[in-house]
Design a protein around this ligand. Structure first.
Ligand SMILES: [Zn+2]
Length: 307
């Protein structure tokens, strides 16, 4: 391209020749300049619209902000309503949890005051006519939800403790030798000092004797592990069961032993049959309860005729 420049200051016309390269370079420079200017105007208008006095820009930015605020306000309002319903449900659930906690603590023998289940008083009642109800602010609502969430966490912890206490108690109860081992009365010979039927001396009788016919079933007084199931010179055919918690029971003079050493037996399981083996004057079951190796009075553990 040829451009001819004519001016009064020039003595003669000048001719400038522009190549395609010149044209492309010029266009690029112009494009970059336009973009940079547009960017600068946009930045200034958005960041400093409030500071600089550009009424048109100002109102434009403000209207956009208002629109956004209105949208988010609507969004929050809708969510707040939905969450308020949820809050009500959580409160109701918490009340049920409290009632359950009180029942559980009574069951576990824990005083309810220890866990202060009544810390939050009951709510409800008529809507006040003098003070109109007002809508909950988001901050207030958030605070309410946090408090409730904390309360529920506490209750869950308390109930966890109660549950484990109850569970322990149930397990211990199951492992206590409280089942009468034979369907028979134990009047034959009670726990304590007595005249030995063989020697005639006073001797400590460390169990109780149930008189029953040979072959009468003998039951485990509690669940546990059989630790002895073998003949003994004095106790005859004998079974010993370890119940854990340092408790052990002994069943002596059996005609038949139905368990082996190491076997785990359920509470009330038939483990032997009444006999008169060992140092015995007639068919009966000699039954002992030992705690830490010390003989206890089995009568204290047995529930009369309950199996
Ligand atoms: Zn005995």
């Amino acid at each position: 391209m040829h451009i001819i420049l004519v001016s009064s200051r020039l003595t003669r016309a000048r001719s400038v020749s522009l190549s395609t390269v010149h044209l492309i370079a010029g266009t690029l420079v112009l494009g970059v300049a336009v973009l940079a200017l547009a960017g600068a105007v946009f930045y200034v208008s958005v960041r400093h619209a409030a500071e600089i006095k550009l009424p048109v820009l100002n109102s434009l930015v403000l209207s956009v902000q208002e629109e956004q605020a209105r949208k988010s306000d609507n969004f929050l309002r809708e969510n707040l309503n939905a969450m308020a319903v949820k809050l009500g449900q959580m409160q109701a659930r918490l009340m049920r949890l409290d009632a359950l906690g009180e029942r559980l603590s009574a069951l576990a023998g824990i005083r309810p005051q220890e866990f202060r289940f009544n810390e939050v008083p009951g709510r409800g009642g008529a809507v006040s006519t003098s003070v109109p109800p007002r809508t909950l602010s988001l901050a207030e609502f958030s605070q309410e939800l946090d408090t409730l969430s904390r309360h529920m966490e506490n209750r869950t912890d308390y109930l966890g403790i109660l549950e484990s206490t109850l569970f322990d108690a149930t397990v211990k109860k199951k492992l206590m030798p409280t089942i009468t081992p034979v369907d028979a009365g134990w009047n034959a010979s009670s726990f304590g000092w007595r005249i030995d039927p063989f020697t005639g001396d006073r001797a400590l009788h460390e169990g109780i004797d149930f008189v029953a016919d040979v072959g009468t079933p003998v039951f485990a007084a509690a669940g546990g592990v059989v630790v002895v199931a073998e003949p003994h010179p004095q106790f005859g055919n004998m079974v010993e069961i370890d119940h854990g918690n340092d408790f052990m029971t002994r069943y002596a003079h059996a005609s038949k032993v139905l368990v082996k050493s190491g076997e785990v037996v359920r509470r009330g399981r038939k483990i032997a049959e009444v006999g008169s083996t060992g140092r015995s004057t007639g068919p009966h079951l000699h039954f002992e309860v030992r705690h830490k190796g010390v003989a206890q009075n089995p009568a204290r553990f047995l529930q009369a005729s309950v199996r």
